[in-house]
Design a protein around this ligand. Sequence first.
Ligand code: ADP
Ligand code: MG
Length: 224
Amino acid sequence: MIKLEKIGKSYKADNEWIPVLKNVEMEVNQGDFLAIMGPSGSGKSTLLNLIGFVDRNYEGNYFLEGNIVTSKNDADLSKLRNQRVGFVFQQFNLIETLTIEENVELPLLYDGWNYRETKSKVLELLEKLGIGDKGKKMPKQLSGGQQQRAAIARAIINNPDFILADEPTGALDTQTSNDIMNVFKQLNEEEGVTIILVTHDPTTVKYCNRVVHMQDGILTEEVR
Ligand code: ADP
Ligand code: MG
């Protein structure tokens, strides 16, 4: 589904170009649950943003289902971002001034759905993720685990092809972290959602079918 060829990226700091991704080669198949591990600053989030169509300034080629992504314009990239991918973050990134329901329906409204159509879809998904009674609450009124469930709902509401999760359990205790990993596992196994997970936590890796390591911008895959 995703193929990266010789991806390179540098940031400019003090008039010097600092390489952050070096010759990264990667293939992700439909249905993969892939972990990206590696120390802080090694380039994991940079890689995730590139895969998620947030960043277009890089070298090399990115193919999605055989189509070249690299040369697309901003409008096309933003369409891909809205329709093909769901992001989940460590700090949940819910909008504090909107209710849980309103947060989760945002991607649908961006996508041109009308307000009435979205209601039942949102409720059904919140129910499925175990927070069916929290739709009218504000994010701050929920626990960390419940907020992350809401963020996952927002990420998958428009049936993306893949989820990009950047240390999604980094702010959660062990039990809640396992609960959230089980939510991902269920989405992966029962609905075939492809998941790319950046994680520091070795205990989350057992949920994944592939593990790659990032070190100073170099990606290597673990043989298992
Ligand atoms: P990780 O997610 O593995 O912690 P990042 O991908 O966030 O690493 O960052 C990799 C390197 O790129 C770090 O050295 C970081 O300081 C640098 N970096 C990230 N984003 C920027 C940016 N917007 N401008 C300059 N340097 C950046
Ligand atoms: Mg990061």
